[in-house]
Design a protein around this ligand. Structure first.
Ligand code: MN
Length: 249
């Protein structure tokens, strides 16, 4: 093994993360997940441009945080929106994994102005907490005008998205999807699955009454449930992995 080779276990987690996100319906042909390199924080790991359910260990490339480009001399085709990952790793030294998706139940909350995606379920406390009012919404028109393709295909747009994310774990992207960060790949996957589920639940609750009649988690409940649940992400991770590979029951 080279001195700066990433941990093979991290590569495997990244491959599994791709499969889980696809199996859980968080990504389809589009969307991507990355991990910061465990031995070199100026690098991150992500697949070449490929539908997530097709990603294998051989497809994982190293990228430079500074440029967002792959380190290989003649890299294959790369994800157009790789700058989401590079600029967030640059802005947030605490972040070790990033998921970008077009999570379908989340999308309505990116376009419903004045309606924040607040946590309504104890599994989704990370969406709120002290000092939070639900995930911020990134409006690309403020940075790319009103005729862009909505994609984050430059370092400048990636930096603008990272600024909008701030210290939060989730940023919604108007008319596009969301980006979710965490201190590990497994927590990033957990948050991705439960952001989608929380969005579904809140949509269902909104059919029963307006937002001001819905009991969302208090900041204290959000913080407390986040700490409890994120201490046991191994349980859903192992289940989702088994389901994604179609083994076992
Ligand atoms: Mn996208």
């Amino acid at each position: 093994m080279q001195p700066h080779s990433p941990d093979p276990g991290l590569i495997q987690d990244l491959v599994d993360a791709n499969r889980i996100l696809a199996h859980q319906g968080i990504v389809d042909a589009f969307g991507h997940v990355s991990a910061r390199h465990d031995r070199d924080p100026s690098r991150f790991l992500m697949s070449r441009s490929l539908a997530p359910s097709l990603v294998t260990a051989a497809d994982i490339l190293e990228y430079a945080v500074n440029s967002g480009e792959a380190l290989a001399t003649e890299p294959p085709r790369l994800y157009l929106e790789r700058y989401i990952h590079s600029e967030i790793y640059k802005a947030r030294p605490d972040v070790m994994a990033v998921v970008h998706s077009h999570s379908p139940a989340v999308l309505p909350f990116t376009v419903a102005r004045g309606l924040r995606l607040r946590p309504v379920c104890h599994m989704s406390g990370f969406l709120g907490g002290a000092g939070h009012d639900g995930p911020p919404v990134f409006e690309i028109r403020e940075h790319a005008g009103d005729a862009s393709d909505l994609l984050i295909h430059s370092r400048v747009l990636g930096a603008a998205l990272a600024t909008s994310l701030g210290a939060a774990p989730v940023v919604l992207m108007r008319g596009h999807g969301c980006t979710i960060v965490a201190e590990s790949v497994r927590v990033a996957i957990y948050r991705s699955v439960y952001t989608e589920l929380n969005a579904k639940l809140l949509q269902q609750a909104l059919m029963l009454g307006p937002l001001d009649t819905i009991a969302t988690l208090t900041p204290g409940e959000a913080d407390a449930t986040r700490i409890t649940n994120e201490g046991q992400v191994e349980r859903p991770w192992n289940l989702w992995k088994q389901m994604a590979y179609g083994t076992g029951a």
